[in-house]
Design a protein around this ligand. Structure first.
Ligand SMILES: [Zn+2]
Length: 96
């Protein structure tokens, strides 16, 4: 009896060891959306902190020539969103 339960225990441990260890998780995130600030190579996917801004609001910071495309909305990466927020802070304070 004792032997049987011991064998069972050993097998469970082996199953755990054979389980996924996250080795096949990609470290580099491959997004779908590119940041549209000129020259930026980052992704602007929502799940990694990207945002969409009205073109005019983004152009206030980077200028129309500093943005790729001319859609009404531009996608920007997390880094550029932070930059934008920082630049905009003064304006926002004035409004409140
Ligand atoms: Zn960017």
């Amino acid at each position: 009896m004792g032997f049987k339960s011991k064998a069972h225990k050993k097998r469970s441990a082996a199953d755990t060891a054979a389980g996924r260890t996250g080795k096949d998780l990609k470290e580099e995130f491959e997004g779908q959306v590119r940041c549209q600030v000129a020259g930026c190579e980052n992704f602007a996917d929502k799940k990694i902190g990207g945002r969409r801004l009205a073109f005019d609001r983004a152009a206030d910071i980077w200028g129309e020539n500093g943005l790729d495309g001319s859609a009404r909305r531009v996608s920007i990466c997390k880094v550029h969103y932070r930059e934008w927020k920082k630049e905009k802070k003064d304006d926002l304070n004035e409004w409140s």
